[in-house]
Design a protein around this ligand. Structure first.
Ligand SMILES: Cc1cc2nc3c(=O)[nH]c(=O)nc-3n(C[C@H](O)[C@H](O)[C@H](O)COP(=O)(O)O)c2cc1C
Length: 226
């Protein structure tokens, strides 16, 4: 593995995380300085501007404690590769606080650009986040944070500001009822909208963009973004 990481310019950050939810390894650092890594299926890009992520975890996890204590994490995008997914499963085992899951799984930390938790070299794209808010309910914790730096493997990066899907090879975790099963999500199929009539019935809802000068919401091309 000898991948050059490209530092992505801010205006391209949003397009670098695709699809809008996929399997990641989140790295955090505890208050007493221990590095932690945990796989999460619940990484979702929740805002385009500022580009922001949500992650939902067990309230009893080390990730939850670290997010509350230090307010930083790195979203590392995991490629669909059997060896790598095996390492992800190792990182998901319930190791003690002092144990570094990256060592256990045979993954390589590299320093981040803006935050203390490391990037993971074997992952393809990295979104460094600072917590905006945290909500706890039942036995869960949800954190939303804004992105402060993005980097990506050179071969996964199209300088036009898009990812190269077949190089990045994002994956989705099927969930615990499906044991160790994952779905590859890197064969996008373009689908035309089979409708060419008016679509102005929702212009009263400012869900795409803030209102323009006349107070009417600006509906952008593409009828919304994921
Ligand atoms: C593929 C995979 C996906 C997972 N996704 C989540 C998730 O979205 N949320 C969660 O709370 N735990 C998830 N887990 C379980 C945690 O990774 C696991 O409980 C881990 O030990 C928590 O680590 P931590 O205590 O170091 O944060 C997942 C595990 C695997 C293997």
């Amino acid at each position: 593995m000898n991948q050059n990481k490209i530092t992505v310019p801010r205006e391209q950050w949003d397009a670098m995380f695709a699809p809008s939810s996929c399997l990641v390894l989140d790295t955090t650092v505890s208050e007493d300085g221990f590095v932690n890594a945990a796989p999460h299926a619940t990484a979702i890009r929740v805002c385009h501007d500022p580009v922001s992520f949500a992650v939902t975890v067990s309230a009893y996890s080390h990730t939850a404690a670290n997010l509350k204590a230090t307010g930083e994490w790195v979203v590392n995008v995991v490629p669909f590769d059997e060896t790598m997914l095996g390492k992800v499963r190792v990182a998901g085992l319930p190791f003690k606080h002092e144990v570094n899951e990256l060592d256990k799984a045979g993954l390589t930390p590299i320093p981040s650009l803006e935050v203390k938790p490391p990037r993971i070299a074997e992952c393809k794209a990295h979104f460094e986040c600072k917590v905006d808010w945290i909500h706890e309910w039942e036995n869960r914790l949800m954190a939303v944070g804004r992105v402060v730096a993005v980097s990506i493997d050179e071969d996964c990066y199209d300088p036009a500001g898009k990812i190269r899907w077949d190089a990045l090879r994002p994956a989705i975790f099927c969930g615990f009822p499906y044991d160790g099963n994952f779905v590859p999500v890197y064969e996008p199929v373009h689908v035309k909208i089979p409708y060419d009539g008016p679509a102005d019935w929702r212009t009263d809802i400012p869900y795409l963009a803030p209102p323009g000068e006349d107070g009417v919401p600006v509906v952008t091309a593409g009828r919304g973004r994921a």
